[in-house]
Ligand binder design. Structure first.
Ligand code: SF4
Length: 145
């Protein structure tokens, strides 16, 4: 049986991003030979639409660019993902960096000016607490080794 890998849906080319597009990574489907992919998009799973207004984290709350608080939706998506992680005993995740849900080495600073800060998205910070190893689109090839 293949090991399970949690993966951001947008990295596989699914148009689930806030702008209705994706973050497809060339060659990513090679992972299917090695892993049983558990595909998630916490924001859509939390009930947000495609497309949607972009959001950033401000003082642990998630606020969209029109100043609407979407923390509840982000947390709902996070909870669904965490349930899957526990259900399938998932140990590794490949998540899109920079996202207010999936980011793991950086996110944006809450000013909607494109300024990055070293922090984690809402889902990623809980995965880290569960000791899930998080890969990004920048080091995903390590998963092929
Ligand atoms: Fe991709 Fe995660 Fe954003 Fe969904 S929430 S579009 S999976 S980065």
């Amino acid at each position: 049986m293949k090991e399970k890998l949690l993966i951001s849906s947008c990295l596989l080319g699914n148009n689930v991003k806030y702008n209705g597009k994706n973050n497809y990574v060339e060659g990513i489907y090679k992972l299917k030979d090695l892993y049983d992919l558990v595909i998630v998009c916490p924001e859509v799973m939390g009930g947000l639409s495609i497309p949607r207004i972009p959001s950033e984290i401000i003082n642990d709350e998630v606020i969209n660019k029109e100043k609407i608080n979407v923390t509840k939706e982000f947390n709902k998506g996070k909870d669904i993902v965490l349930d899957l992680v526990k259900k399938y005993d998932i140990k590794k995740a490949l998540l899109k960096d920079g996202s207010p849900s999936c980011g793991s080495t950086y996110i944006y600073d809450g000013t909607f000016t494109g300024k990055r800060i070293k922090s984690l998205g809402i889902t990623s910070r809980f995965l880290k607490e569960l000791n899930i190893k998080i890969y990004t689109e920048n080091n995903w090839m390590e998963l092929l080794k």
